[in-house]
Design a protein. Sequence first.
Lengths: 113, 115
Amino acid sequence: GEEVAQTPKHLVRGEGQKAKLYCAPIKGHSYVFWYQQVLKNEFKFLISFQNENVFDETGMPKERFSAKCLPNSPCSLEIQATKLEDSAVYFCASSQTGDPPLHFGNGTRLTVT
Amino acid sequence: AQKVTQAQTEISVVEKEDVTLDCVYETRDTTYYLFWYKQPPSGELVFLIRRNSFDEQNEISGRYSWNFQKSTSSFNFTITASQVVDSAVYFCALSDLEYGNKLVFGAGTILRVKS
């Protein structure tokens, strides 16, 4: 597709439950980036992929968070045992090799109760 | 490390006023990109502009204009004759070449345009 597609739009989970978010990059783009935007508007970089390989995971919390980009499937970001502080909007972006991302998906709003 | 500073947390203007949003960046790269995004109350991130570090020409798009000055490491954004629909959070961002060109964002400036 010609846009980054994120699903679901909203996700509500009770504390301790698992949350899984999906991102379909623009067709032909080999890089995928995940960001977390918390209530104070700050964007935190989480992880990036080059095709199915992790490229940069310097922002990824070591516990509870994992991500994958498998061939012919949307990329996914999974949070095991969610906590209240995981409540945020998670944005995904994609880009062609060597380019910074331009366009972001519409985000998934995760609410942990 | 890459850093983007948007010193203005919030700006309020009255419709038809001009407003400038400041962005100052730090980078060790000689090649980089600078961006501005708009995030309206609906929450999506709207891409506004990307500038290459080698292109210091100012850009104008309708009521929007951007002033890129490498000498002061600034990439300021001006909205002329602001409108209520311009109310949003505006983010400046910088690409990090070492890390696959991931974007480093500023903290954002909330712009409120009152009628």
